[in-house]
Each structure stands twice: as C-alpha cells, then as structure tokens.
Design a protein around this ligand. Structure first.
Ligand code: 8OZ
Length: 367
C-alpha cells in the first residue's frame, strides 16, 4: 500500500493559534439540513461529526447565531440552552474520537424569507435589496424576501448577538469559532458595495463597509481570545443570492485582511473562487495575492483534490487545505488520501435534508 505521508506534510500535525491539529486537512463547513425548527442538533449529528474526527479540524456546518440570522429550514442554532446541550453531544463525541471542532457563526442577512423569521418579520440586511433566487423553507422553495435595512442603532445588537453565540459555543465545548464572513451572507453583504448602499458609518468607504466584520471579530475575540477565532472569506463567489462581487475586490478585501492581521487570529479560511464551484476568478482579481497579505495560518478551500492539495502545500501556498463534499461520502477521508484508496462519491440527493440515510451510513475503510 502506498503511504503519501512521506511525500507531503499534509498528514503531519500543526497548530492554528491555540488549536493543535493532528494533520493539515480540514473538513469544510457543510450545511446538511437535518435539524428541527428548534435548531437543536443531537445524537445523529454527534455520530456524523465523530465519524469525521480524523480531519485535523472540523468546521461545523454554518450555525445561526440568532432567530433573525436564520435563512434555511433545518439548520442548527447556537443561541439557546437547548442548542448548547445538543452541540455538547457533538463536541464530546468528536473529542472522544480525537478530533477538533470549531463552530461556524452565521447570520444570513438578506438570504432569508419571512416564513423563516420570528413573527414573520422581514429579514435584515445592510440595504433593502432583494437577493436573486429562492429560500428553502418548510413550505419548499420561495423567492427571497426583500429585506429591510438595519438602522444604525441596531448594529450593536447584531454585534452582541455574535458575542452571545460565541459564549454559547464556548459553553457547548467547541475548540473555537469561525466567523462566517463569506458567501454573501450578512457580513459579506456589508463588505460588498453591490449589497451595501448605506450612508452611515457602515456604508460607503471600504473602511466603513468592513467595519461590521471587524467589530464582530473584536467581540468574538473578546469571548474566546484571538487564538481560537478563525474567519472565513470568499471575495469572489456569487453564492448565495447571485450577489455581484465588490467593485474593487483587491482593495476591499486587501484592507480587511490587513486589519484582521492586527488580531492575530487562529486562521483565515479562504474560498478560492466560486464556493462549491469553479476556481476561476474575475479579471484583475488575484486571490493568492490577497492570501499573501495574511500573516497567520491560512486554510485554502474550494475544488481541491489531493493533487492540488499536495502541490499548493508543497509550494507553501497553504498551511491547511479544507475539503468539503469529499467528506460526505468518505468519513475517513484522511486515511483514504494518505493510502491512495478509492473515494466514494456521495449522491447529491444526500446533501440536504432527510435523516440517517446518506448522512451517517457511509462506511470507513477497513485497512
Ligand atoms: C449550502 C447550502 C446552504 C447554506 C454557505 C452556509 O454557503 C452555506 C450554505 C451552503 O456558506
């Protein structure tokens, strides 16, 4: 049997801030939509994540920080005591299996629908601009609601909702948290001038548009310490909501990354291209040049296979690589990559919704 652990250091331990990881392959956050309306994960999720504890780091599926932050039916939350108790089952199971897991803190902003909101209220966003496409609700797919613009004096509440969720994630036994500032959800909606038309201190200049992400990071670092907080960015993806990128990706995200450096975060997790799709970027955008601005540990993600992972790690372009979809059908992905074993392709129908089937029934390889 081949053993690639001599050809690459992807299978060797490293650290992300204070988080020690047993290898350089992370499990990317994967929405799997198997949680009830209360947003409480349970034994099913504990089994699923523990099966995947061979990953150096598991980034949990995106987790709503508040009722208002929710934009997809069947997604988990991290703002109630019941949700904390549910996640505790998950973190205990992952730790018992020798893994590390961080919680991805999520507020969808405009990527929502009134049916998913408390009291049927309008979703909130930087500006009242509807996203293109459909929200997944208990009644099926429906057009996204046109959101209402947050008032300036509501922003502190948003920041404190992140801080509350961060505290709850700590109570749930996670190893850290990842601030989801990617994929055109609330924080990214503030960053991009395509979705932010504000005229207050949170709109207009790059400094203003990146302010909310930086305030949220500061608040979350206040809860966890700088070395257990990561951030996810995706400067060019149109997902979700077919959101155009910022008109000056390099300047905007370059500024943000330079400011993030001051926090000395555990890591930056970067979507290199269209999330879950192409690695191509628009003309004039050089994501590796943005990557190079970041001074801490870097996790590269999007469309990686083992060859690309080895070559980008070998060239020193990444500290860790995050695989997403391959972890669905291959709970023991690390072992399979290391020993050159065949990968199982999970059917797309298994991705979202349902129960145990297509979720915890993918077998690990017996060596
Ligand atoms: C796929 C389906 C639903 C949500 C993201 C949280 O793109 C998601 C997501 C992905 O970050």
């Amino acid at each position: 049997m081949v053993d690639y652990s001599k050809a690459t250091d992807l299978f060797s331990p490293t650290r992300l801030g204070a988080i020690k990881v047993s290898n350089r392959i992370a499990m990317a956050p994967l929405t799997r939509s198997r949680v009830g309306d209360d947003g409480v994960p349970g034994d099913l999720q504990a089994t699923y994540y523990a099966q995947r504890a061979g990953a150096g780091l598991i980034v949990s599926e995106a987790t709503n920080i508040s009722a208002e932050g929710r934009g997809y039916a069947m997604t988990p939350g991290i703002w109630t005591d019941e949700q904390v108790a549910g996640w505790r089952k998950v973190t205990d199971a992952v730790h018992a299996a020798g893994g590390k897991i961080v919680n991805q803190l999520w507020h969808v902003g405009r990527i929502s629908h009134v049916d998913l909101q408390p009291n049927g209220q309008l979703p909130v966003a930087p500006s009242a601009i509807a996203a293109e496409g459909k929200a997944f609700t208990n009644n099926g797919f429906v057009d996204f609601s046109t959101p209402r613009a947050l008032e300036t004096d509501e922003i502190p509440r948003i920041v404190s909702d992140y801080a509350h969720a961060a505290k709850m994630a700590k109570a749930a036994g996670f190893d850290g948290v990842e601030v989801h500032s990617a994929n055109s959800y609330l924080l990214d909606q503030f960053i991009r001038d395509s979705t932010n038309r504000r005229t207050d201190a949170y709109g207009g200049s790059i400094e203003n548009r990146t302010r909310l992400t930086l305030e949220v990071v500061e608040a979350v670092v206040g809860v966890w310490g700088h070395d257990r907080v990561g951030i996810r960015l995706s400067p060019t993806t149109p997902d979700a909501g077919n959101t155009p990128p910022d008109s000056n990706v390099m300047a905007t995200y370059g500024y943000l990354i330079e400011k993030l450096n001051n926090f000395e975060l555990a890591y930056m997790h970067f979507v290199e291209g269209d999330t879950g799709g192409s690695r191509k970027t628009p003309q004039g955008v050089d994501l590796d040049a943005l990557r190079a601005l970041f001074t801490g540990p870097y996790i590269g993600n999007n469309g990686y296979d083992f060859e690309l992972a080895k070559s980008r790690r070998g060239a020193g372009l990444v500290d860790m690589v995050a695989f997403g979809r391959p972890f669905i059908g291959n709970p023991d992905l690390i072992t399979r990559l290391r020993y050159g074993l065949a990968l199982t392709e999970a059917p797309k129908e298994a991705y979202y919704g349902g129960g145990a089937e297509g979720y915890i029934d993918f077998a690990a390889t017996v060596l």
